[in-house]
Design a protein around this ligand. Structure first.
Ligand SMILES: Cc1cc2nc3c(=O)[nH]c(=O)nc-3n(C[C@H](O)[C@H](O)[C@H](O)COP(=O)(O)O)c2cc1C
Length: 371
């Protein structure tokens, strides 16, 4: 029987050789926003290893406060020629690549944020069970003004156009994990009394619409979001399927091609009374294809984030859950699978799984991040 993970997939102008997606993973190796030249071989190796689609880690859109820190790659200026080299290296090895575009906003993981990490919907820091160092609701910064909102939307559109001109096969808007867009989506951090508070999806939808109008009808636009926050794994934007559907509808109408659903474990049901995971529900409710994932190729015991820093522990390579993954893809619950740490650990993960050479899979080690 043919392996569901290695069936080709097409949507619009995007044609993939298989269902394997390298999750967006920022590497923080871009002094002044310019990606280190070693990014070329880093991504090239994952394409050589037969990864179908690579999603760049977060890149800062063309806005002065967008970057998480001074080592996050930009999607503008002097970073552009490096991205061109990266994309052509990936294409030359049969891969496809999508640029993830982000704005950090008040990223709640920074315990001592510098003053320039200032934009947020309501001036509220991300709070939650995974951190304990801030009382909920402490006002630190002024809420974004209407003019600041317009500037950020325009910056996303500019960077979308830049990514298209570089030759990326699509763009992904980073609406997950507590970054600025997620701060608008979450009721804890968006307590605005204007239209952006009454409709918390509005900011995201306006960004998507602006990007769609910049890049035209063909280029795939992915939207990544998560129910959980880096500061609160139990958080949910949609407590029920109906709430989730209400969140998704304006995004579909604005022009999303595919949703990238960030979940910490793909096998966990999103709501009671169904085995569907987040990507399964989003596909069903939105009618759009979805990417699901989380925990693929990692030993269960080494899955927990947070014990030695967010992603800072060794995770053994594992083939646990692969059959369940195949079954879910085969029955169309979701379309593509995103794989993060396992592909950091072994750039040839996809090829080895396709050929059955799984005994030689290399484990993920945090040192992979240190070039
Ligand atoms: C080092 C590292 C950096 C990450 N950076 C990003 C990022 O820039 N954007 C994003 O959406 N997710 C980011 N993530 C989350 C991953 O995309 C993925 O959702 C997460 O690692 C869970 O998948 P896994 O269990 O397959 O590793 C990062 C994860 C890691 C390990």
């Amino acid at each position: 029987m043919s392996d569901p993970l290695f069936q080709p997939f097409s949507i619009g102008s995007l044609s993939l050789r298989n269902r394997i997606v390298m999750s967006p993973m920022g590497q923080g190796k871009a002094p002044g926003g310019i990606p280190d030249a070693r990014y070329v071989e880093y991504f090239q190796a994952r394409a050589e290893g037969e990864t179908g689609l690579i999603i760049s880690g977060t890149t800062a859109v063309d806005h002065p406060q967008a970057a998480f820190d001074d080592h996050e790659p930009h999607m503008h200026g002097a970073a552009v020629p490096v991205w061109r080299r990266i994309v052509s290296a990936v294409h030359a090895r049969g891969g496809r690549m999508i640029a993830q575009l982000g704005h950090a906003g008040l990223q709640g993981l920074a315990p001592n944020p510098p003053a320039w990490l200032g934009l947020s919907p309501s001036g509220l820091w991300m709070q939650g069970a995974q951190v304990g160092w801030e009382p909920v609701g402490e006002m630190r910064e002024a809420p974004m003004t209407a003019a600041q909102i317009d500037d950020v939307i325009a910056a996303f559109a500019r960077s979308a156009l830049t990514a298209q001109s570089i030759g990326f096969d699509g763009i992904e808007i980073h609406g997950a994990h507590g970054f600025l867009i997620d701060q608008f989506l979450w009721s804890h951090t968006n307590q605005r009394t204007d239209d952006y508070g009454a409709e918390r999806t509005r900011f995201a939808a306006e960004i998507i619409a602006a990007c769609r109008s910049a890049v035209g009808p063909e280029l795939p636009i992915l939207f990544r979001f998560s129910q959980f926050k880096m500061t609160d794994y139990a958080a949910k934007l949609g407590q029920t399927a109906a709430e989730l559907e209400a969140l998704l509808r304006p995004l579909v109408d604005a022009g999303v091609t595919m949703f990238d659903c960030s979940q910490r474990r793909f096998w966990r049901p999103e709501f009671p009374d169904s085995s569907l995971n987040l990507a399964g529900w989003v596909k069903k409710l939105s009618g759009r294809p979805t990417i699901g994932g989380g925990g693929v190729g990692l030993e269960k015991t080494s899955l927990e984030y947070g014990e030695e820093g967010v992603y800072g522990h060794v995770a053994s390579a594992s083939t646990a859950h692969l059959d369940e993954l195949r079954e879910r893809i085969d029955r169309g619950e979701f379309d593509l699978v995103s794989i993060g740490r396992a592909i950091l650990g072994d750039p040839h993960w996809a090829r080895k799984v396709r050929t059955g050479d799984t005994d030689s899979l290399q484990p993920y080690r945090p040192e992979v991040l240190v070039w």
